[in-house]
Design a binder for this molecule. Structure first.
Ligand code: PSU
Ligand code: MN
Length: 305
């Protein structure tokens, strides 16, 4: 086992007995939602996965180790703490070697999950190609990670702070299958509708597991992106979010926000402008993804055993 890994007993037991495990990221706890809803949500998501029949494994970095599965008090601490590092792939060596607290993004969580042998990962939204990428070159390491690392990702699509069309093109170039669960249109996080047709559609967790298994059995490395549309009752119309996004992008530019600070800045700005509504949608869609992720993990492990 990699010496940097610290695997929670519940997760270790599941891995050793080939039971389904679902990885979860922690940037969403530290940078994605306000306290205390962040901690409540993270714990509720873990319980949903447990009740669905899989072991939850929230990933974070602390004390020089990559933790796969967190104790409850650690999760609560992480949710309250200020100055937690947002750790993408390139930040891992620094945060580990300095013994800092780090919350992992999709990219870093995927890599650590793969190191531990976890195959299915649930998040809210992935990073992608930013709207001004042709000049800023701002493309999330989440996408290069999806090219290389064989962990399937369940998300609610791609938030429209990004260029959804370019993100889908990039995933096509990198050989990442994009599957929407139960509808033809690719969803855009708060909204079920993005105006982009989903490259693929599947209607059951078993079919999704079969696609994932077939990709890896073929010897094709890398991820499968599963887009799960937000539950209709919690959908925030795209036009409503769009005005906040445009303001967020403009102020980010004015304030010269760059690099890894861009995504958290935009997310926070939009959350504040759209008040409770976007937070409730965010929480609902993550829970919804957790249920689907547990089903996919169970189907995948049934196919593999
Ligand atoms: N998009 C969201 N919610 C999030 C993120 C992105 O809708 O919480 C977080 C995830 O942790 C993702 C990270 O992996 O932001 C991407 O950051 P960057 O664009 O700096 O790679
Ligand atoms: Mn970026």
């Amino acid at each position: 086992m990699n010496p940097f890994l610290e695997i929670h007993p519940e997760v270790k037991e599941a891995l050793q007995t080939n039971k389904p495990v679902v990885a979860l990221e922690s940037t969403i706890i530290s940078h994605g939602m306000p306290w205390p809803r962040n901690v409540e949500t993270a714990l509720a998501v873990e319980d949903l996965i447990r009740n669905g029949g899989a072991a939850p494994a929230t990933v974070a970095i602390m004390n020089g180790k990559c933790h796969v599965g967190l104790k409850r008090d650690v999760m609560e601490g992480l949710g309250k703490m200020e100055n937690v590092w947002k750790v993408s792939l390139r930040d891992m060596p620094y945060v580990l070697s300095k013994n800092l607290y780090g919350a992992t993004t999709v990219a870093a969580t995927m890599r650590i999950a793969a190191m531990a042998g976890v195959k299915i990962f649930v998040t809210g939204g992935i990073g992608g190609v930013h709207r001004d990428a042709e000049t800023s070159m701002d493309i999330s390491a989440d996408l290069t990670e999806m090219e290389n690392t064989s962990v399937a990702v369940v998300s609610a699509g791609v938030k429209s702070i990004l260029d959804i069309g370019l993100t889908l093109e990039y995933l096509e170039t990198k050989g990442v299958p994009v599957v929407t669960y139960g509808q033809n249109e690719f969803p855009c996080f708060y909204s079920c509708k993005s105006r982009f047709k989903s490259p693929l559609r599947l209607d059951t967790a078993m079919e999704i597991a079969q696609l994932i298994k077939t990709k890896w059995d073929l010897g094709l490395n890398g991820s499968v992106l599963i887009a799960n549309p937000v539950p209709a009752d919690y959908e925030v119309p795209a036009e409503e979010i769009e005005k906040h996004i445009e303001n967020a992008l403009r102020t980010a530019k004015e304030k010269n926000i760059r690099g890894k600070d861009v995504t958290p800045y935009l997310l926070r700005y939009i959350a504040e402008c759209s008040k409770g509504e976007s937070l409730e949608a965010n929480i609902a869609l993550i829970k919804h993804n957790a249920k689907l992720g547990a089903e996919v993990a169970i189907a995948f492990s049934a196919l593999s055993n």
